[in-house]
Design a protein around this ligand. Structure first.
Ligand SMILES: [Zn+2]
Length: 143
């Protein structure tokens, strides 16, 4: 069984990042990427079979860093907008607090899919990665 996803052209960085923000696999655009539910992740993309870590143990640290960027970025953006528009202090702080709670909890899967987009930009998938992805897909098809 061959998979045309493995011989595709590398997507552009904006396309990979957009896919990550939409909770898709940055490589193939597969819906959900490595997630089977909003919070349940697997090691491989459910569509193309690429491993998210690909032998790199620091992947989780990158995803956690993306979570910090997304949370702090949303709070700082909100505070800048609030100051420019002239929003009162209490609503400003209440919404900043809500962002601090909801961005990391609801955005959890995006930290992985966006980080995967950056990771495959700097560490392009190799022939070995695609071979492992194909083996994973074949194994899943048999199960
Ligand atoms: Zn994929």
């Amino acid at each position: 069984m061959t998979n045309s996803l493995h011989s595709q052209k590398t997507p552009s960085l904006p396309k990979k990042l957009l896919r990550g923000l939409l909770r898709q696999c940055a490589w193939c655009g597969g819906k959900g990427g490595f997630f089977t539910t909003w919070y349940t992740k697997t090691d491989n993309c459910q569509t193309c079979g690429l491993s998210r870590e690909r032998g790199y143990e620091g992947f989780e640290l990158g995803a956690a860093t993306m979570g910090v960027f997304m949370t702090f970025g949303s709070i700082i953006s909100w505070m800048i907008i609030s100051v420019v528009v002239g929003i009162a202090l209490v609503p400003l702080l209440l919404i900043a607090g809500a962002l601090a709670v909801f961005v990391p909890t609801l955005g959890y899967p995006l930290t992985y899919t966006v980080w995967f987009a950056i990771d495959i930009t700097f560490r392009s998938p190799t022939a070995e990665d695609f071979a492992q992805a194909q083996a994973w897909l074949d194994n899943r098809a048999l199960a």
